[in-house]
Design a protein around this ligand. Structure first.
Ligand SMILES: NC(=O)c1ccc[n+]([C@@H]2O[C@H](COP(=O)([O-])OP(=O)(O)OC[C@H]3O[C@@H](n4cnc5c(N)ncnc54)[C@H](OP(=O)(O)O)[C@@H]3O)[C@@H](O)[C@H]2O)c1
Length: 212
């Protein structure tokens, strides 16, 4: 597949590396291509472009920007370039305020997730929440002594979720589909839970698994 990745941070680079490793074509979009110069040299098969070029390139698009900038990045990508496409939303709505006793603060509420806000503005986009409940180091080919971890996903479009489930399968994840966009109200805060051992005890190597 052709994958357009909006972002230049650790998540964007990690997922880009994963997609390349699993045989996909990758274009990263950023406002500042110079930030990715070293990464691009190390990954000559990937291309670096603007948000709008990466969105146009992708058959599937990955949104991997700062949560507070998610709307702006999608606007810069352009509604026409994104219309009808599956967009993997990796963002977390982390506020620009410090954690309290290791608990991150969000700018959203339990009544409305960031994914729902994005879906409301970009109605034609087929958003799927995924990859937000693990640190970037564990996103691709995760290896844990407790076995294959679970990625919780949600979104309104069944075919888009099926496509993302296939990607997660390739990347070494089990997938738990939690339903429609509203389920992001529960999935996004998993990021808070995941980060607590990190902030309190500097433990950043773990992932969630759903036991049945
Ligand atoms: N770090 C992790 O381990 C992890 C794990 C799970 C989920 N997440 C979530 O994944 C997302 C990316 O995280 P990250 O740590 O890789 O990077 P980040 O530092 O949260 O975000 C960097 C990206 O945000 C973009 N950005 C910042 N301000 C912007 C603005 N005003 N307008 C447009 N774009 C803007 C930057 O664009 P430019 O490229 O143009 O500079 C850059 O691509 C976040 O939402 C984060 O919460 C992170």
């Amino acid at each position: 597949m052709k994958v357009g990745i909006l972002g230049s941070g650790e998540v964007a680079k990690t997922l880009a590396g994963g997609f390349l490793q699993h045989g996909h074509e990758v274009m990263l979009g950023t406002r500042t291509p110079a930030k990715l110069a070293d990464w691009a040299t190390a990954h000559p098969k990937a291309s670096i472009a603007s948000f709008s070029e990466a969105a146009s390139f992708g058959e599937v698009v990955v949104l991997a920007v700062k949560g507070t900038a998610a709307v702006d990045a999608l606007r810069a990508a352009g509604t026409a370039a994104l219309a009808g496409k599956p967009v993997i939303d990796v963002t977390n709505p982390i506020a620009d305020a410090p954690p309290v006793n290791g608990v991150l603060r969000f700018f959203t509420t339990l009544e409305e997730s960031l994914l729902e806000r994005l879906q409301r503005e970009f109605v034609d986009v087929r958003f799927v929440k995924a990859f937000n409940s693990v640190g970037h180091g564990g996103m691709v080919n995760p290896s844990f002594s407790g076995g294959k971890p679970t990625m919780f996903i949600c979104g309104n479009d069944a075919a888009a979720k099926q496509l993302v489930t296939g990607i997660l399968d390739q990347f070494g994840w089990g997938t738990a589909d939690m339903g429609k966009a509203e389920a992001a109200r529960a999935i996004e805060p998993l990021c808070m839970l995941w980060c607590i051992p990190g902030f309190l005890h500097n433990e950043w190597r773990h992932a969630f698994k759903l036991l049945t």
